[in-house]
Design a binder for this molecule. Structure first.
Ligand code: FAD
Length: 121
């Protein structure tokens, strides 16, 4: 594992700790960190191979932040955070859209609403 960490250019100690935690989850059949299933047999028997570096090009969370009808972002306890507006995938109000075109439609319409609200305060 140390050699693999060196080849990848990542901190060996963190890598070893991550693999050990994963192996423990595989042994217990339960992934406490992420709830993944199935976990397989763990990473225990060499040789080990790595793919990468993996680069993330699509980075958004479907659902976004909770917002009011005026696109104001809601914070803890559902209270409006003054002066903070969200739109598009960042301000989707927790809704998972499941049809073609809805995301773009929401991006355009919510962006217009948020921009207008931000301009009038
Ligand atoms: C592969 C793919 C296919 C899709 N197909 C469809 C489809 O067919 N129909 C549909 O309706 N929707 C589709 N969607 C979803 C739709 O594209 C998104 O929901 C929509 O583009 C979200 O718009 P947005 O303005 O919220 O965010 P984005 O379009 O992600 O725009 C955010 C912008 O902010 C920029 N940015 C990020 N951080 C910073 C920063 N710190 N400083 C300055 N700029 C920053 C980014 O570079 C980006 O240009 C698809 C999405 C993906 C990934």
């Amino acid at each position: 594992m140390d050699g693999l960490a060196r080849a990848l250019g990542i901190p060996a100690a963190s890598f070893a700790a991550t693999v050990a935690a994963y192996n423990q989850s595989a042994d217990e059949g339960h992934d406490q960190a992420f709830g993944r299933t199935p976990l397989g047999l763990g990473l225990k028997v060499a040789p080990f191979y790595a793919l990468g570096p993996a680069k993330s090009w699509v980075v958004f969370t479907d659902g976004g932040l909770a917002v009011t009808a005026r696109m104001e972002v809601l914070g803890q306890g559902g209270r409006v955070i003054p002066g903070l507006y969200a739109a598009g995938s960042a301000g989707q109000g927790g809704v998972l859209l499941q049809a073609h075109g809805l995301h773009l439609c929401w991006a355009f319409s919510s962006g217009r609403l948020a921009g207008r609200q931000a301009s009038i305060g």
